[in-house]
Design a protein around this ligand. Sequence first.
Ligand code: ZN
Length: 617
Amino acid sequence: MGPLLLPLPVLAIVLAALDVVLLRWAEPWRVGGVGTFFHAYFLWALFGLAALLPARWTLAWLDRRSRPWILLRADARPWVVQLGWMVLPVAGHATLEGHAALVGFQGLLALAPWLELAGTLLVGGAVLVLLGRLLGALPGVRTASVGLALAFGAGFFLQPRTATAQPPRAPARPNLLLLVLDTCRADKLEPYGQARPLTPGLAELAEEALVFEDSLSASVFTFTSHLSMLTGVAPLTHGAHLSDMRVDPARAGSIASMLQAAGYRTGAFVGTDVLAGHTGFRTGFEVYDDAVDPEVCETFAWRLVHALQSLAARAVPALRFNGRPHWIQDFQRPAGEVLTRARAWIARDDPRPWFCFVNLYDVHWPYLPEGEGRALVRPYAGPVDGFLFRSDHWQPGHAMGSDDVRHVNDLYDGELLELDRQVRGFLDALALEQGGTAVLVTSDHGEGLGEHGTWNHDDVREPQVRVPLLLRMPERAPRAGRVTRPVSGIDVAPTLLALAGLEASPAMEGLDLSGELPAERARWVDDRDHLDPDDHRFALYEGCFKLVRFGSGARVRHELYDLCSDPQGFTDVQAQHPELTAALVARLEARTGGAQAVAGDSEGSAAALQALGYTGE
Ligand SMILES: [Zn+2]
C-alpha cells in the first residue's frame, strides 16, 4: 500500500481541478465558488481510497513480471496504476451515461454503448501508458507530479473571468419582470375565485393589474411551456419537448436576445434544473443563474456517485428518499434563494433598463409546506403525504378518498401561501408605484389535485392547463381590470416586447395582451412530453369546446368537452356533436400533421427529470 499513499492525495487534487476546469469551460455562465473545488476534491479522494485495493493488486501483478509488457518504469508505476483505477471508472460511466439518459437501462441493450466503452477504456489505457513512460523518464517523478498538481490548482484559482461586454446605451424603456410560479393553478388564486385567502400578495397586485380570466398554458411540461413563453410560438414551432430538451434559436428566437439587442440588461433566475442553462435557455441572458444545487453536482465525479447511489437505492429501501436518489442534490431550490439572487442583480448599479425572468418552483411536487403554510394543513390521519405516490410511506393499492384529496390540497395550499409571502416581499422592494417597471405573473402549467383521479401535470385536463396571468403595466397608475378574452402562454413574449416599445417578430404566433384582443381565437395545448407516443395529447380550444386527441398513430382517439356546461371537461360529448367533432378533428390534424415527438440530441438532464417525477417510477 505504501507506494500508493502519496499518489492518492496528489492525483485527487489534479483530477478535482481538471473536473472543475472542464465544468467551467462547458458552463461558463456559472457563478461558481472555490468551494466546488474542495467538494470535488473530497469525491476524488474517496475514489482514490476505493481504488487503493485494486491498484495494489495490479501493482503486485506487474511487479511479478520480469519485463512488464506496458514497460512502465518502476518509480512511475504506482502513480499510473492508481490514476487508472481512479479515472477509468468515471470515464466509463460518462460514456455509458449518454446512452442510458432518458430511456434508462434499455439504452444499454445495444452494441454501440459497449463498443464506445471499449474505445474509451482502450484510449484511456493507452494515454496512461504514455503518461507512465513520460513521467518515468523525468528525474524524480514525485517532484514532477507535485509540480503538476500545484500548477493545476493555480490554474483553477487564477482562471480569468469573462468580462461582460457593455451593449450600446438605449433610450429609457420600462423594466420588465416575468415571474413564473411553476405548477400554479389559476383557481388557487384569490383573483380567480379562490375562497381561502392563500395569495394576499397576488390579490394586491391584481388590484392594479389586468387579470386574464381565461388563460391557458401552451403545454403542461416546464421546459416546453417556458420556451413557448420566451419565444412567443407554440411547441410545434419551437420543436422542444421532453425527449428533445434543447433550445434551437434557428427555429424560434427568445425575447431575451431581442431585448438585449435593444439595450436591456437581461438576467434569469430559475428554481429548477429542468431549465438549466446548458439546454440553451441561457441564450440572450447576460446572467443565467441556474445554480439550484451545490456546483459539485455538475462534475464528472459526482455524476458517477449519483449513478451508484441511484442503483443502490433500487436494491436497498433504506437508501431511498421518497422517489429521489438522495438528499444532497434535489434539482430545485426554494423561492427565497432565487429571489435573493434576482433582487441583488436588479439592484446592481447599471443605467440600462432590465429584463428579469424568474422561475419559482416551490409549489411543484413534492408538496412540503413550511412556516405559516404548515399551519394551514388541517388534521389528517390517513397514509398520504406530500410526496404522494413516490412517498416511502405510500401504500400500493390505496384508493384516494375525499380525506386524502383534501389533505393533498391543504399541503399544496400551504406551499402557495408561503410562496405568496416571498413574492410579496420581492414585489414590495421593486416599488412598482413609482412607475417604470412592468410585471407579468403567470405559470407554465397547472396541477391535478384529485379531480376525477387526476394528479400531477401529465395530461391536458382543465386543472392542469388553466393558469393565472396578471399584467401590471409600467405606469404609476396602471390600467386595471378583468379581461375575459381567451389568452395563451404564447402571448407572453409579444406582450413584453410591446411594453418595451419593440416590434414583435413576424414569426411570433402570440398576441400583445396590452392591446386589443379578439373575442374568439383557436388555442392549442401541446403535450408530447411523454416517452411513450401513446401518451401524447393535443388539445384544440375554440369557443365553448375543447377537442383532445389522445395517443398517436393507429391507436389515436378523440374526446370533445363542452366547457360552458362542464367547466372541468371530463364528460365526452362527441356523440351529441358529430359534425363539430369531425370539423375540429380535421383542423387539429391539418395543424399537427399527425406530429410525433421524436427523441433528439437532448441537452436535458435525465437524472433531474427522474428525480422531479417526469420519467421512471
Ligand atoms: Zn413546470
